[in-house]
Design a protein around this ligand. Structure first.
Ligand code: NAI
Ligand code: MG
Length: 515
């Protein structure tokens, strides 16, 4: 692993360049090739510059258009999980700060944002979108520093998609009466939004853009391990001239989130995170007239049939579970592979995994970055130990983990049965559980044998089978011959314990309107 057989990773988009470099570097080392024709050589370091961001030593809360410390002065540290280096101290919002933010959002809602014509609201959203594009590199580096994800993912996925969400919903702001919710759909009021750490800026965009387009004002609580890009986004809102109080950002941990969602001044609660906290929030909101959307965990089946183009499927499997270190709610964490091709798929997958590069998230050639927190690493370690104890066979490529920081080698479990905990519970790490099936019907039954229902993948050459299977799978999103594709126009959300409500597309507006 990271020994560097030349292969471009699925998200790198530099297949041509890789081939050139391979040719250029084809030297004496090729005599050591593991396989004929495959040179062994090292990539030179290709670090993205840290200098494009300036991180303040301390950050305040963003309330009523200004940054200020928490009322009681409490702070917490956010660190770089790749090095454990502290990045900044961040204000920890308490009840008084939640009160102040909700009041600011209410005032802005009543006096400015709700009365404003949609065409005017759109201008602010377009401005924020353009700022995200112009400052994309800065946002990408900051995201990778605070979160641990590879720069090529923050650069090519997180930041462009966040901008795309603002552009998309800016386009709806003056067309709400044509969205299919009646001639004059009304906003809900103040939205309390709590987001996780796996896609910090992107989740902020998913929450803020539709809420603002629909005429609501927002109090956003980013996750405690990844507050920095939300605070930079707050600065962008300020510079875009967004009226004070329309967007407020409260940093803090679970207690801040709990105070926000149970605040009586909040009309709408939107949450993305663990199923456990989602259930707590559903209880906190029960009996109030707050509207609630929950986007929770998943345990998606990625189903590979014997007629699937194998190399393409391998890339899809890798992208499905190793993208973002597997910290993805819709990750393809259960590989269901047809028995007749199981051996060859697993063998080729292992070969492919040996070429993935784990290490410095700011290196442009890195495929697998750091695990986001000690706590998440502990959870992954615990569940993989359980996997072994329950009798599944564990495999990882040879892989050197950096000494500091939180790291986990890509891991594949074979011989997994449906009752194993690694087949049932969300691991939220770079760990794949492989199960097999014989017939399409068996694939359906196994895929649906989960308390979740967020996403699924199908790999087959047969169009009719894709359509048949997509109807049978109880999953909010079904990808066919691709995986982990996102688009602001496409609704996203789950069944069962994966939550309820949809984000994205026209459906995403409904969550922020009286419909
Ligand atoms: P979490 O659900 O505790 O955290 C998500 C957000 O909720 C954070 O902003 C957190 O501060 C906030 N929060 C925590 N307790 C709260 C409460 N009582 N009321 C309101 N807000 C609260 O998730 P955590 O602990 O970071 O991760 C645990 C597991 O959850 C992961 O291992 C993974 O399986 C799952 N998860 C799923 C995510 C998804 O995208 N569906 C995202 C993050 C975690
Ligand atoms: Mg951090």
């Amino acid at each position: 692993m990271s020994g560097g057989k030349a292969r471009s990773s699925p998200a790198s988009g530099d297949g041509g360049a890789t081939t050139d470099r391979r040719a250029a570097r084809h030297d004496a080392a090729s005599e050591l090739a593991a396989e004929p024709g495959e040179p062994i050589w090292q990539y030179a370091p290709a670090p993205e510059s840290r200098d494009v961001v300036s991180i303040e030593p301390e950050y305040g809360l963003f309330v009523a258009g200004r940054f200020a410390p928490a009322a009681d002065g409490r702070t917490f540290a956010t660190i770089n999980p790749a090095t454990e280096e502290p990045l900044a101290q961040v204000a920890a919002a308490g009840q008084a700060d939640v009160d102040a933010a909700v009041t600011a959002a209410r005032t802005a809602y009543e006096q400015v944002w709700q009365p404003m014509p949609g065409s005017e609201r759109a201008k602010y959203l377009y401005r924020i979108a353009r700022q995200l594009q112009e400052r994309a590199r800065e946002f990408a580096v900051l995201e990778s520093l605070d979160n641990g994800k590879p720069i090529k993912e923050s650069r090519d996925v997180d930041i462009p998609l966040a901008a795309a969400h603002f552009f998309y919903y800016a386009g709806w702001a003056d067309k709400l009466e044509h969205a299919g919710f009646g001639p004059d759909p009304r906003p809900l009021g103040v939205a309390g939004q709590v987001i996780p750490w796996n896609f910090p800026l992107l989740m902020a965009a998913w929450k803020l853009a539709p809420a603002l387009a629909a005429g609501n004002t927002c109090v956003l609580k980013p996750a405690e391990t990844t507050p920095l890009t939300a605070l930079l986004l707050a600065q962008v809102c300020q510079e875009a001239g967004l009226p004070p109080g329309v967007v407020n950002v409260l940093t803090g941990a679970g207690d801040t989130g709990a105070a926000l969602v149970s605040h009586p001044g909040v009309n709408k609660v939107a949450f993305t995170g663990s199923t456990e906290v989602g259930k707590e929030i559903a209880r906190a909101v029960a009996g109030t007239d707050k509207k609630l959307t929950l986007e929770l965990g998943g345990k998606a089946a990625n189903i590979v049939f014997d007629d699937a183009p194998v190399e393409q499927a391998i890339e899809g499997i890798v992208n499905g579970i190793f993208f973002n270190q597997g910290h993805v709610c819709c990750a393809g964490s259960r590989l269901l592979v047809q028995e007749s091709v199981a051996d060859i798929v697993v063998e080729r997958l292992q070969r492919r995994l040996a070429t993935l590069r784990l290490g410095d998230p700011l290196d442009k050639n890195t495929d697998i970055g750091a695990i986001n927190s000690r706590q998440q690493l502990d959870k992954i370690n615990e569940l993989t130990r359980v996997g072994e104890a329950e009798g599944a066979e564990r495999w990882s490529p040879p892989c050197q983990l950096p000494e500091k920081g939180y790291w986990f080698a890509p891991t594949v479990f074979t011989g997994v049965s449906q009752s194993h905990r690694i087949a049932r519970e969300e691991i939220f790490g770079p760990v794949l559980s492989v199960l097999t099936f014989r017939t399409p019907d068996e694939a359906v039954v196994k895929a649906n044998n989960t308390p979740y229902g967020l996403s699924a993948g199908i790999w087959t050459d047969k169009g009719s089978r894709i359509l048949w299977l997509a109807q049978k799978l109880r999953a909010g999103v079904v990808w066919a011959n691709t995986y982990n594709r996102f688009d602001p126009a496409s609704p996203f959300g789950g069944y069962q314990e994966s939550g309820y409500g949809r984000e994205g597309g026209r459906h995403g507006l409904a969550a922020y309107l009286h419909v």
